[in-house]
Every structure is written in C-alpha cells, then in structure tokens.
Design a protein around this ligand. Structure first.
Ligand SMILES: Nc1ncnc2c1ncn2[C@@H]1O[C@H](COP(=O)(O)OP(=O)(O)OP(=O)(O)O)[C@@H](O)[C@H]1O
Ligand SMILES: [Mg+2]
Length: 471
C-alpha cells in the first residue's frame, strides 16, 4: 500500500520542518506549503490524504483555505493547528469543517495520535462508501429497452405507496430484483425486507414459517417461533412463488391481508402487523384460478398493482448492457482481471434466446469470465448451444424429445454422447411429463413422484423447465 500523504500548510518553516521529520519518521509522505494558495495548488497536484493547516498566516488565513478546500474537494480531512492566543477554540475549527485540531506548541505524540486516528476514520468511511456502492450496483436494474422502462416506471409509481404488488414473469427475469427495488425506494427502506420462498418450504412448515408458533403447539415445536409476517412488521414481506401456496395457507394469508393481523399457531391472541406485501410468481395465476388451484379473492388482494416483467428475448436491446454490467461486477467480485468481449461473441449472446432469462445470461457470463483463457472472450469460448447458429431457439434439449409417447426409441438417445447427458435428458423429460400430467402444479407433481417440493424446484431451475417453455 502507498504511504499516506500529508500536506502541511504553515508559514513557519521551522514548524513545517519539524512536522515533516516527525511524520516521515512514522512512515508518512509529507509535503509542505508556506502559503494558502501554494497549499491549494498542492492539493490539486498531489492529492494528499490529510491536511494539517495553520490558522494564522499572512494573506489567506487557515479558515479561508479551509472554505476554499471544502468547495474543491469536500471530503479531504483537515486538521487545524491553532497558535496560542489566536482565540480560536477547537469547537470553532470543527464547526467550520475541520475534523480535529491541535494546539501549538505541538506535541509530537499528540500530532501522531491525531493523524493516525483521522486517517483510520477516513479509511473506514471509504470502505463503507465502497461497500455501499457495491451493494447498490449489484441491485441496480440494468437495461434501456422500452419494455424495461415500463417496468421501472411501474416500480416508481408503486414504491411510495403501501399497495400490494404482484410481480409476474418467467423464471430469471428479475422478479426478486423488482421486489427489492420497490422496497428500496419505499418509505420502508430502513425497515426489513423479509423474503419467503413459498415453493421451497415444505407444506407442513409453511404456516409456522409465516405466522409463527407457540412453544409446544405441535409435536416438534420445542421453541416459540416468530413468524415472517411479524418479523417484517413495519417493513416489507416478499412472498416469492406465491402460486405454490396450498389452499390452506392461501386462506390464512388472505386473512392477514384483510385484517392486518396474525395469529401464531397454538395461540388465540391476534397480533397487529403493519406489513407491505409484495408477491411474485412465474405461474399464470388466472389459469391457476380456473383450475381451482388459486383463490380468486386472494389474487385480487395481491394484484392491486400488477407488474409483469417481460422475458429477455423480447428485449434483446438490454443484452449488451447486461453483459457489460455482469462482466464488471463479476470480475470485481471474483478478483479476476477485467476481460473484454469480442464483437462477434457479443453478437452471438444477443442472438441467443435466453430461456433462463437474465439468470442464465449472468451464469453464462460468470462462467466465461472464469473459464476463458485469454483477456478477450471469443466466440470459441461460448457454450455450444449459444455458439451454434440456428440452434438459438432450441436449448438445451427439445422438451418433447425423450420419452415421446409411442416411440420405442427416444430421440434423446441419438443426441447424447455421455451417460451423464443421457441421464439428464431422461430426468428432464420425465419431469416435464409428470408436470404436464399434474397440470403444472408443483406440489401435486412433487407428491406424485415422491420428492420434496424444494428438490423439484431445484430441478426445474437446473433444467430450466417452465410451463412457458413447454410449447
Ligand atoms: N434488469 C436487471 N439488471 C441487472 N441484473 C438483473 C436484472 N434483472 C435480473 N437481474 C439479475 O438476474 C438474476 C435473476 O433475477 P431474479 O432472481 O430477480 O429473477 P426472478 O424473476 O426472481 O427468478 P425466479 O422466478 O427464478 O425466482 C439475479 O442475479 C438478478 O440480480
Ligand atoms: Mg425469484
């Protein structure tokens, strides 16, 4: 790390010299200026980390210099050196914008301690700023397409209100990001954002997850549990995959929305909660209602403000921006030297139909950054499915291939080389078949094939299976 650089502005050459000796001995770089204007020049030229500034100087005094510095570069820390008898107090200096002050005659220890503390504070503040920026950037919604602009406009309208929002769209389009952005731009932003993935929580646990339970209220309830609705009090609850809630849970959630209160399992007491609800689903809830899988009254409660996030293939203009954004953030996060992408490779990424949407694009870029050997990502580095021209719309395996009814030999056999590929294809085809049989109801399908819903959910993501892709 470079040595911290300290600028001493003092008209007294003796003081400049002694400060220089003391501080250099302690490992700092020191530059000196005899007048205010000279000091201001050095700030511009040498970008010091800290300024030690004498109050009483002929011409431009310390306070003039400080106000000039503040208008130039607001965050540079300034420590005032006050001569005895100037009448200036430490409080004056700090009120005018200094971070600290030291009295003359200068004590070596005092100088060193002050400088060390101020620089440490600055370092922490910098670190905080960087972290905050990184978080902000990670949660930024990237894209310039008119379709995405419609989404961001809806977010801006929804955010300041307390209205319930229902976000719909295919898997990986950014529904969670939309939910977080709404919360982040709402009056509740300092309160909690509690996320519940309704599909990943086993049926028998979801009620106590959402509403909590009292100790001993059922077998296994060895401790009291505070539910997510209570945890989200004054904040936002995000009910993700809300289309996968069982009818019983739907009824209870509806009650919370109507009454604004929850009841822990095993307790007759009602607890008032002030929670904003944002829900998301990749299902078509209107269809689910027709099938009798989703309550219409709950649907209307949730869809006060509906926001549909369109799939990436309908807004290919966003792809280049997203690729650049992911290349920057991912290489920074994984400490990889930033890479470039060849125009032809970017072209292929733009032509490809991203069935897994932005999540798939992000994963692909991440793999490319880590796996490609050179400094530039070339077409050759791309996954075969993306690279192959004409294959753009059929990825990874046509849904209707393996296990097609009536065909003795599956089409999948012909396309695969390894056992692993064969197994994956077979598993995928099996799951799609079962999902169709069960009207794409996740809970029912999971039950039918005797696997936890969470596992089924994972598989859907792994194979990028969705009802929409089952065309
Ligand atoms: N417009 C965008 N700009 C930048 N990143 C985005 C954008 N949209 C989505 N992402 C990123 O893509 C990934 C997937 O988004 P997200 O998890 O919000 O999708 P989702 O719709 O909730 O998916 P699923 O239905 O599978 O849960 C996340 O890493 C998210 O940060
Ligand atoms: Mg999600």
């Amino acid at each position: 790390m470079a040595k911290p650089k300290i600028l001493v502005i003092d008209d007294d050459a003796g003081i400049r010299e002694s400060l220089k000796m003391t501080l250099e001995y302690d490992g700092y770089d020191v530059i000196g200026a005899a007048t205010g204007p000279e000091g201001l020049n050095l700030v511009e030229r040498d970008a010091p980390d800290l300024v030690l500034l004498d109050v009483k100087m002929p011409g431009m005094d310390g306070f003039d210099v400080m106000s000039r510095l503040r208008s130039m570069q607001s965050s540079l820390p300034i420590v005032m050196i006050s001569a005895h008898g100037t009448g200036m107090t430490g409080a004056d200096a700090i009120k005018k914008g200094a971070v600290d002050f030291i009295d003359k005659p200068l004590s070596t220890d005092r100088v060193l301690v002050t400088v060390k503390n101020v620089l440490e504070q600055e370092r922490l503040r910098d670190e905080n700023r960087t972290l905050k920026k990184a978080v902000e950037v990670r949660h930024q919604m990237i894209g310039e397409s008119s379709l995405l602009k419609q989404v961001t406009a809806a977010i801006s309208r929804a955010a300041p209100t307390n209205a319930t929002v229902l976000i719909t769209g295919e898997s990986g389009v950014g529904k969670e990001l939309v939910a977080r952005t709404i919360h982040g731009n709402s009056k509740r932003t300092r309160e909690r954002f509690i996320q519940v993935n309704c599909a990943a929580i086993p049926e028998e646990l979801i009620e106590s997850e959402l509403f909590g339970h009292e100790k001993g209220s059922f077998t296994g309830a060895t401790e009291k549990q505070i539910g997510k609705f209570e945890q989200a009090d004054r904040g936002t609850i995000f009910l993700d995959e809300v289309g996968d809630m069982s009818p019983k849970t739907q009824a209870k959630v509806l009650r919370v929305l109507q009454e604004g209160e929850v009841e822990r399992i095993g307790s007759a007491r009602t607890i008032k909660v002030d929670v904003r609800v944002i829900a998301a689903t990749n299902k078509n809830l209107e269809e689910e209602i027709e099938r009798g899988h989703f309550r219409e009254d709950l649907y209307f409660r949730l869809a006060v403000i509906p926001i549909y996030v369109p799939p990436l293939r309908e807004r290919p203009e966003d792809i280049a921006l997203l690729v650049r954004h992911f290349m920057e953030t991912i290489s920074r996060d994984s400490n990889v030297r930033p890479k470039r992408i060849a125009p032809a490779a970017l072209d292929a990424l733009q032509r490809y139909r991203w069935k897994g949407n932005i999540r798939e694009l992000r994963n692909t870029v991440e793999r490319l950054i880590i796996m490609s050997a050179g400094d530039t990502i070339e077409v050759a580095d791309l996954p075969d499915s993306v690279k192959a021209p004409g294959n753009a719309a059929t990825q990874p395996v046509p849904l209707k291939s393996a296990f097609a009814e009536g065909s003795g030999e599956t089409k999948a056999d012909a396309k695969v080389g390894t056992l692993r590929e064969f197994k994956d294809n077979a598993e995928r085809a099996f799951l799609v078949g079962k999902l169709r049989e069960n009207g794409w109801n996740i809970s029912k399908t999971a039950e039918a094939i005797d696997t936890p819903r969470s596992n089924l959910y994972k598989k859907l993501e792994q194979y990028q299976i969705s009802q929409e892709s089952d065309g």
